[in-house]
Design a protein around this ligand. Structure first.
Ligand code: MIC
Ligand code: SF4
Length: 644
């Protein structure tokens, strides 16, 4: 048999099922990662399982999202995560050490292994040859406890990279080109495996930029082979012993093949308010820019930062421009400083931010009213910057810095000869912000601040599900719409009752009050409902408000899994025209719901209109059980009772 790289890893980790596209498989997870905005929930759930020590090869808890400490809440959560990590065998990356995905790539990622992370950009690890998947905190907690992870065996798409990028065109433009071609829905239930002779031209951090933003395609994950370039990267990190070669066999088969001619790609930009609204940078030439932000897990590696510093060297940004830069990790920041790049940035007028997610998740640096903000990040959903009226454009570091210097959207090719920065032969390694877990954690006291509130628990399914349509939403509703995140709300990630007051408010201001008034109900939505983040808060807050089902044209993968884990029924319209028939506040009923789910087709009756809609639950047998027994936790309890 011949296998591609994806199949090789999946086969080596397969616990249940067969590698048949569309069927459910379970894989063993070698490594996990959490970050602080999803981590608290994940560890509360892990603690509830009563397991002393994680059963993975390596689990790491990062603090990188909620680093703005304007009150005790975030710091309390950090302390909780730090102590719970020490007790249960989890490495702890302190605030200041950097963004989880960047640090994981540098210090922990191992080719050929599996990684499950409670963050949707976990696929960054695909840059080093891992099957790295984003999931809700509960799934990560289960994996820490040694449980398998279930996915639908995705289609495997080969992305054949041919040739070499032109000067001033970068890895970011490759993934923007894919987004342009495939859209934010184009990757659902697919893994993108990169290949072709263009591979050898891309370093590990460049590959990671591409796999990182594969999340915006809705993909399960993306992966590059592990080759000489991977070896050089690991060696430079002092980790050559972690190297394993991983390549597709000759003649390996793929479900689809996409070809990208690297020489033909030009600098690209994603326009407001979606990462797939991609156009040529040159087509926006002369658009005035107010703010430029460089960093995030997509573009904050050492080479990215050094390039930016070299372009800024000896220059000054115009007075109307606000430029902020967040190097991705302590390693990057420290090396940038030793090489003199940091002072070139500071001298040019940049504001230097902590190595963390920062403005990418609305933690500070919200732009001014109606501002044009250029960012090297991965998401430009409306309002995510903290300013609803801002227009956020997603670009490469080269485009960002060229525009910061001119004050207008600028094609970097106008800057003349391209700047070249080599990958270092040796990175500065200093892991003093990574705290090892205790050998024996039994005497470690877990510190719980008052902000940590119990999370809502789902209940066993009743005979009928009945309720009003609490809101009717359009296509591509993001988890930022469902459960907004910003400097004001992130401190409450462990307080669902408080957060629920803001649930879906960017789309429908009155949603929380209506849901409460009606004692819960049903959400109706368009295509790709729940795209974006892995935050299970986008399921927990609706659960708290009594939402029982979401009927949509289609769902994004991670959010759908989070809904099922919390026993909110996801239903897909068979005839999309039925969506048009439903109105706000219509009374819907699903009778004998458990049996209908088991049968695989669910009839939703609209009592108000007197009509009926056929819908698909699109769930596996295991997921049917979860919905019926009241979510993953209840299902696990039930299985324990039955001695399974
Ligand atoms: C994001 O980029 O939206 C986040 C913040 O990293 C989320 C995680 C979260 O909501 O806490 C993600 O991508 O999963
Ligand atoms: Fe952090 Fe932004 Fe990356 Fe999410 S996308 S992990 S908020 S840097």
């Amino acid at each position: 048999m011949v296998y591609n790289a994806t199949q090789k890893i999946i086969k080596a980790h397969l616990v249940k099922g067969e590698m048949i596209t569309g069927s459910e498989i379970a894989i063993k997870i070698d490594q996990t990662l959490t970050q602080d905005s999803t981590g608290t929930m994940a560890y509360i759930q892990f603690e509830a399982m009563g397991i002393d020590k994680v059963k993975t090869k390596r689990s790491v808890a990062y603090i990188d999202h909620n680093i703005l400490q304007t009150g005790p809440e975030n710091a309390d959560d950090h302390l909780y995560i730090q102590t719970v990590a020490k007790k249960h065998g989890i490495y702890f990356s302190k605030p200041g050490n950097g963004i989880c995905h960047q640090v994981h790539l540098e210090r922990f990622g191992v080719p050929g292994e599996t990684l499950l992370g409670s963050d949707s950009h976990t696929p960054t690890g695909g840059g080093i040859g891992m099957i790295a998947v984003g999931a809700g905190g509960l799934d990560v907690a289960v994996a820490m406890g040694g449980g398998e992870y279930y996915i639908t065996m995705p289609k495997i798409v080969k992305v054949d990279l041919v040739g070499k990028l032109s000067p001033w065109v970068s890895a970011k433009d490759i993934i923007l080109e894919l987004l342009r071609r495939l859209t934010v829905k184009g990757g659902v239930n697919k893994i993108f495996e990169y290949g072709g002779d263009g591979l050898k031209t891309l370093s590990v951090p460049e590959r990671a930029t591409i796999t990182n933003m594969g999340a915006e395609l809705g993909a399960t994950t993306s992966i590059f082979p592990s080759d000489e370039i991977t070896y050089e990267f690991l060696k430079a990190q002092g980790r050559q012993s972690d190297y394993v070669e991983l390549k597709a066999d000759k003649g390996a088969v793929y479900d689809e093949i996409i070809r990208i001619d690297l020489c033909k790609i030009q600098p690209l930009v994603a326009c407001p308010h979606s990462p797939d609204k991609v156009v040529l940078v040159s087509s926006l030439k002369d658009m005035k820019v107010d703010q430029v932000l460089i960093g995030s897990c997509t573009n904050s590696s050492y080479v990215d930062m050094m390039k930016v510093s070299k372009i800024l060297k000896g220059k000054t940004i115009p007075e109307e421009i606000s430029l902020s830069i967040a190097p991705g990790s302590k390693q990057v920041l420290s090396m940038l400083s030793k090489e003199g790049g940091l002072s070139d940035m500071i001298d040019a007028g940049a504001r230097i931010l902590e190595s963390a997610c920062g403005p990418c998740i609305g933690m500070g640096q919200a732009p001014s009213t109606d501002a044009v903000s250029l960012r090297t990040f991965n998401r430009n959903f409306k309002g995510r910057s903290g300013t609803v009226s801002a227009n956020v454009y997603i670009v490469s570091p080269e485009v960002a810095v060229a525009s910061a210097l001119t004050g207008y959207i600028t094609d970097p090719r106008e800057l003349g000869e391209a700047i070249k920065v080599d990958m270092p032969e040796k990175f500065t390694v200093n892991d003093n912000l990574i705290i090892n877990p205790a050998e024996d954690g039994k005497d470690i006291e877990v510190k719980r601040g008052p902000n940590i509130k119990p999370f809502p628990k789902a209940e066993e399914l009743k005979e009928n599900v009945q309720g009003k349509v609490l809101t009717k939403l359009g296509d591509n509703i993001t988890t930022d719409d469902i459960m907004p995140s910003n400097a004001k709300l992130l401190p409450f990630r462990s307080n669902i009752p408080y957060l629920s007051e803001f649930c879906l408010t960017p789309c429908d201001e009155n949603f929380p009050s209506k849901a409460k008034e009606q004692g819960g109900g049903i959400i109706v939505a368009g295509a790709n409902y729940g795209q974006g983040s892995s935050r299970e808060h986008a399921a927990l807050a609706p659960l708290y408000l009594g939402v029982k089902a979401v009927i949509a044209k289609s769902f994004a993968r991670i959010h759908k899994a989070n809904l099922i884990n919390n026993a909110i029924i996801p239903l897909v319209f068979i005839d999309v025209n039925d969506y048009e028939d439903i109105s706000f506040m219509d009374e819907l009923i699903i009778e004998d719901v458990a049996n209908q789910i088991r049968k695989g087709i669910v009839i939703v009756k609209n009592i108000t209109k007197g009509s009926e809609y056929n819908t698909l639950p699109e769930v596996t047998m295991r997921e049917q059980d979860m919905l019926i027994f009241g979510g993953l936790i209840n299902l696990m309890k039930n299985k324990k009772k039955d001695g399974e």
